[in-house]
Structure formats: structure tokens, C-alpha cells
Design a protein around this ligand. Structure first.
Ligand SMILES: C[S@@+](CC[C@H](N)C(=O)[O-])C[C@H]1O[C@@H](n2cnc3c(N)ncnc32)[C@H](O)[C@@H]1O
Length: 203
């Protein structure tokens, strides 16, 4: 079956400078002294020292790079080859792979599954090809260690409703243990415009 192109790839097709712009955007924030690793600190607090962490839709590696510097074993996967190349350049301590999360199969690439945590931050699920999110979540479940957790964060109004996400979570054999509205752990309510969901395998 032909792979469905992600929204991110459509953006690149519309504007070939998109990836370079995105890399520069984070570089500028870092140079300005902005905090660009907050999600990483939350993940670091959830796992034992020296954990295995998958940065799913890693972009240019800001979070996986931070987590590798904390001493974790990090694998990052992203569909955008320019961002993966930038992650490799900036953060050689982690392993970076180009690929579509909807087809994620790291053991086939010689990388063990069994991650203690999967971080999927920065609206990745809203940039995926529509209708592939359930496959992505199922792949997350396949790559979790017993007791491992996946954390997915994304905003409202981006074409992927929170209710649809929770249906997909259930359909993928996962359970939302915790629903938050921010990476600094504020509760999710009916009016929340951002979701951070902490997921684990049902069985
Ligand atoms: C806004 S960026 C966020 C990058 C990174 N997570 C961060 O927060 O810095 C969204 C990323 O999701 C990636 N992405 C979207 N759908 C994907 C998919 N199906 N497989 C792999 N990467 C995907 C894009 O290539 C892009 O790098």
C-alpha cells in the first residue's frame, strides 16, 4: 500500500525552505535564552536514570538531544530528512532515523523496541497524514517496554479533535492514564486548548 504523505511533507512541497526555516526558528529561540526543553524535563522526571527513550517526530532533535545529555539512550525518528540530518549534526550522542511513525518498526532496523518512554511533542500528531494517527499510536504501543509510557502533546484547532484522539488511543490498545493541559502538569478540563496525554498499553 502506498504511504500517505504527512501534512509536514506537504508543507515542504509548498515551500522547500520550510525545514531550514524550522531549524532556524529553534536556533533563534535557543540563542535568545528561551527555555526549549521543558517537555524533556517532564519526560526525564518520569523515567529511571539511563532509560531508553524514543523521540517520536523528533524534528531537529531539541528534546531527544536534551534527554541524551541527561544520560538516557535516545532514538529519534522523523519523516523529514533535513531535520534528521540537523539532529545528527547537533546531537551525535543519540541515534536518529528518518521514517514515518505510521510504519514504525525499529526492530526491523536492528534497534530494540522496549522503550521506557516515548515522547511525541510539538503537535506531531496534527502534522501526520489524516487518519494515520491510530496506526501511529498502535506502533507506539508495540515499541513500549512493560510499564513504559507514551506522552503525546498537541493543541486544539489543528484538524485532529481531542475526542478523535481518545478514540484512536482506545482503538490502538492504549489507555490514557493521565490527561493534562500542559507539559508542566496542569489539569485538562473541558475548556483546555492543549492536551498532554500520558498513555500506556491496556494489556
Ligand atoms: C512541529 S514539528 C515538532 C518537532 C519536535 N517534536 C519538536 O517538538 O521540536 C512536527 C514534526 O512532526 C514530524 N512528523 C509529522 N508526522 C510524522 C510522521 N507520520 N512520521 C514521522 N514524523 C512525522 C514532522 O516531520 C515534524 O518534524
Amino acid at each position: 500500500m502506498t504511504r500517505r504523505r504527512t501534512f509536514w511533507e506537504e508543507r515542504i512541497e509548498e515551500n522547500p525552505g520550510h525545514s531550514a526555516w524550522y531549524i532556524q526558528r529553534w536556533r533563534t529561540m535557543r540563542e535568545n535564552g528561551d527555555d526549549i526543553v521543558g517537555e524533556g524535563r517532564t519526560i526525564d522526571a518520569m523515567v529511571p536514570r539511563g532509560a531508553r527513550i524514543l523521540d517520536a517526530g523528533c524534528g531537529q532533535g531539541r528534546l531527544g538531544g536534551y534527554l541524551a545529555a541527561c544520560g538516557h539512550t535516545v532514538v529519534g525518528v522523523d519523516v523529514d530528512p533535513a531535520l534528521v540530518a540537523e539532529a545528527e549534526r547537533q546531537f551525535p550522542a543519540a541515534t536518529w532515523r528518518q521514517g514515518d511513525l505510521a510504519e514504525l518498526d525499529l526492530p526491523a532496523a536492528g534497534i530494540d523496541a522496549g522503550f521506557d518512554a516515548i515522547v511525541c511533542a510539538g503537535n506531531v500528531v496534527t502534522f501526520a497524514a489524516p487518519g494515520t494517527q491510530r496506526d501511529i499510536l498502535r506502533r507506539f504501543g508495540d515499541h513500549l517496554a512493560p510499564g513504559g509510557r507514551a506522552v503525546v502533546g498537541f493543541g486544539a484547532g489543528r484538524g485532529y479533535a481531542f475526542d478523535t484522539f481518545f478514540d484512536d488511543v482506545e482503538g490502538a490498545g492504549l489507555l490514557a492514564d493521565l490527561r493534562l493541559s500542559s507539559w508542566d502538569l496542569r489539569p485538562f478540563t473541558d475548556g483546555s486548548d492543549f492536551l498532554v496525554a500520558v498513555l500506556r498499553r491496556t494489556a
